[in-house]
Design a protein around this ligand. Structure first.
Ligand code: DGJ
Length: 356
């Protein structure tokens, strides 16, 4: 009897800690291997050696949590349901001369692997401490090991001194914000990285005071811009860019621009990353689709070992208590050359096998 009680107690303690998830439950608490709600907001994913690595903003309780008090958190998983805490991959700095001083704004970190240099490269949106959202810079960090530690290299505005390739030179002298910023570099806010099949990487970010997105090519080592870039979705005020490729077509998902409040998502398709981009409207359907199910896109994840299987990863922000932010993961469904996202209380990866 005593042994039985002991076993029951042990099991309940164990199940409190290590969950064994078999499905996704969008919007619910999602506990890691230590029983703690995953803390990787505005995140992105890297698949490396058949393992998923989820990088995101580590938030803390209360409104201060909207500034970076800790850094970028990393988790790993083999099955996408159960996540192991790999610790803080990039730490903010106590040094007040550092660009990533504790209390700066460090958002939407994304990590890619460079097979030529064998380095892991992280880009993020950086706002220098005490400057609101006016700095609008990109931060770059590098690591030898996927989980870090990542070493902060520098922050920069985008493509300084370079003219967009899809704009007529006659516009020089015009009123556009990108013309104002030509010399010092373009503004970088919500951002994404995308590595194409040929290994060329691109930085996609909200620029020009969030009016227009830019897509900029990165150098071979992924640490800088080549200077080639396009302006896309001019004056459409898009944030939260996410990109994926299917059957040779490039798909885009993003949001409107309403701070932490949810709005209707946007989607688009293009035959080349350089465009032309054709808007496809809100990909979400059904109840609360006009609010993206109370979430905002952060990444679209291709599932390993499954054809045409992509997962929408979104954040349900809690600006008054950011650590409690929830994750909305839903399957992407294709209809002709469009994609759709429907709400599901629960689902698992068998969804893909059954549908395609
Ligand atoms: C919306 C962006 O998508 C977030 O990353 C963050 O910058 C908030 N705006 C701040 O209001």
């Amino acid at each position: 009897m005593k042994v039985l009680v002991f076993c029951i107690l042990l099991c309940s303690v164990f199940s409190m800690k290590a969950q064994n998830y078999q499905c996704f439950s969008p919007g619910q608490l999602w506990k890691d291997n230590n029983g703690v709600h995953i803390n990787a907001h505005g995140g992105g994913m890297l698949i490396y050696k058949k393992t998923y690595y989820w990088f995101g903003e580590h938030k803390i309780e209360g409104k201060t949590g909207n500034t970076a008090q800790v850094g970028v958190h990393c988790y790993s998983s083999k099955d996408l349901y159960n996540w192991t805490d790999e610790g803080i991959a990039l730490q903010v700095d106590d040094d007040m001369n550092s660009d990533i001083q504790k209390g700066c704004i460090l958002e939407r970190p994304k990590v890619i692997y460079n097979s030529k240099t064998k380095k892991f490269v992280m880009w993020f949106h950086l706002e220098l401490k005490g400057n609101g959202y006016r700095s609008a810079r990109a931060g770059i960090a590098i690591a030898n090991k996927v989980t870090g530690p990542y070493r902060f290299i520098r922050s920069t505005r985008a493509t300084p001194g370079c003219f967009p390739v899809n704009v007529d030179n006659n516009e020089i002298g015009g009123k556009h914000i990108y013309v104002r910023d030509l010399n010092n570099g373009q503004m970088v806010r919500d951002q994404q990285l995308f590595v194409d099949d040929d290994g060329v990487a691109y930085h996609i970010f909200a620029s020009e005071d969030n009016r227009t997105l830019h897509i900029a090519e990165l150098t071979d080592d992924y640490l800088d811009y080549t200077g080639k870039y396009v302006r896309v979705f001019e004056e459409r005020y898009m944030e939260a860019p996410a990109l994926f490729k299917k059957d040779g077509l490039y798909y885009f998902m993003g949001s409107g621009c309403t701070g932490w409040a949810p709005n209707a998502a946007r989607s688009a398709v293009a035959p080349s990353i350089w465009g032309p981009w054709t808007e496809l409207g809100n990909p979400c359907v059904g109840e609360n689709s006009e609010k993206t199910f109370y979430s905002q896109s952060t990444y679209i994840l291709p599932v390993q070992g499954k054809k045409n299987a992509f997962i929408y990863m979104g954040d349900r922000w809690k600006p008054n208590n950011p650590i409690d932010g929830r994750y909305i993961w839903l399957p992407i469904q294709f209809e002709e050359n469009k994609f759709k996202i429907k709400w599901m209380d629960q689902w698992d990866l068998n969804f893909f096998s059954s549908e395609y």
